[in-house]
Design a protein around this ligand. Sequence first.
Ligand SMILES: Cc1cc2nc3c(=O)[nH]c(=O)nc-3n(C[C@H](O)[C@H](O)[C@H](O)COP(=O)(O)OP(=O)(O)OC[C@H]3O[C@@H](n4cnc5c(N)ncnc54)[C@H](O)[C@@H]3O)c2cc1C
Length: 454
Amino acid sequence: MTDFTELAIAGRIATPEDSDWDQARAAWNLAADQRPEAVVFAESGDDVAATVRFAAERGLKVATQGTGHGAAPLAPLEGTVLLKTERMRGIDVDPEGRIARLEAGALSLELGEAAGAHGMCSLPGSSPDVGVVGYTLGGGLSWLGRRYGFACNRVAAIELVTAEGEARTVDAENDSDLFWAMRGGGGGYAVVTALRVNLLPIAEVYAGALVFPAEVGAEAVRAYRDWAAGVPDEVSSVVRFLTPPPLPDVPEPIRGRPRLTIDGACIGGQAEGEATIAPLREIGETIMDTFAWMPTAGLSRIHMDPENPVPGIGEGMTVSDLPDEAIDAFVSVAGSDSGSPLLLSELRHLGGALGRRAENGGALSHLDAGFVMYSVGLPMTPELGEAIPAHLKRIEQTMSPWRADGHYYNFVEGPCDVDVILPPDVCARLAEVKRRWDPDGRVVANHAVSLGEV
Ligand SMILES: Cc1cc2nc3c(=O)[nH]c(=O)nc-3n(C[C@H](O)[C@H](O)[C@H](O)COP(=O)(O)OP(=O)(O)OC[C@H]3O[C@@H](n4cnc5c(N)ncnc54)[C@H](O)[C@@H]3O)c2cc1C
């Protein structure tokens, strides 16, 4: 038994003896049953370094967690210290240098608001309370992504603690192999204490969601596909079938009923954005239309993602393109007559800068696919806990004829190694980085990095 009283840090250490242990070990995704040896709530980089050294001396592993949005694929965590960074939330913006330094626990909305106060933005995705670090290490698919690529490729430097417990700052010039790996290859190489990310001088965008009855079905998805094929890189969007639970904090017009939504963001002027979205408004009568000229900080709310912990079982897959048969297949498993027990099934439009090799990019330079599909259900009852994985399998099988090569790290929620997600040449390089920086496999990520052939 490890004596955690020997770990001297400013933050808190929770162990199974504590009365609030279940709360301490919980992840944002409440379906993840994490059973580590202890949970450390670090207050600073020094706490992180002390924790890693303590673990190293005792043969324990370390798994780092910002929020637990990506906790589903993480192992049960036997023999592992769960290092939570939720108390490390500082954000400093340098408006002249157009750069933000954020501590490891900062949330997407917090970064959006801090950058927005200077008329700038980062590359936010659809969740306000996702951790910027986890989101970015796995790629970072943003509402501005088709114009600016994956968020990981706009990181200027990473402050981290190595598996040996040593603090370092890595960038394109210093320990560039580690810098490369952690931009899209996940967090399995070292513990990030802070990120420095380049900001964009964009204060406002035209963005929002159109909500239709789900019965608009395949015809609406086809209209969306045709529209998406013609939009410039300045426009990023998602189409999805959504059946939110009948809960009071869900907006009344979408509560408890199957809907089809199209969300998106347009960079440029308001009039330009209105003209771009106009054809989508012709699809049918909307139940809700939230498109508006808005501060970029509002982007992480247009998708109406939950802002409190929920249980979720989800899975993603990349799709090469969407011929009519693919849309019919998608509607047959996700549409209003599909019998789907899921909360949502969606198709996020890729292409643009997301599909082009990023200059000096990281392990996820680009993704060669037309769309990334993601589906998730809320296992609120044991019956749903069985029905959801079965339906996710059905969706995967139904859509497999249109599967693209490769996966998108952040939307892979089943337990699998990085090798299954990223291309073989990238994985061979990642294994080299792992061997150099963490040969004992101390740093545990939600998708494990193999040490490869020596
Ligand atoms: C509702 C919802 C909406 C989402 N929307 C998007 C989206 O629009 N675009 C997108 O790209 N993804 C999206 N995701 C996926 C999300 O980006 C991933 O789940 C990501 O892993 C979450 O990061 P986190 O830090 O919040 O989660 P965590 O579970 O805390 O972390 C995930 C992994 O990141 C690594 N990690 C986290 N912090 C550190 C650290 N300090 N040092 C080293 N490694 C670390 C670890 O390997 C950890 O296992 C969404 C997920 C959810 C649940």
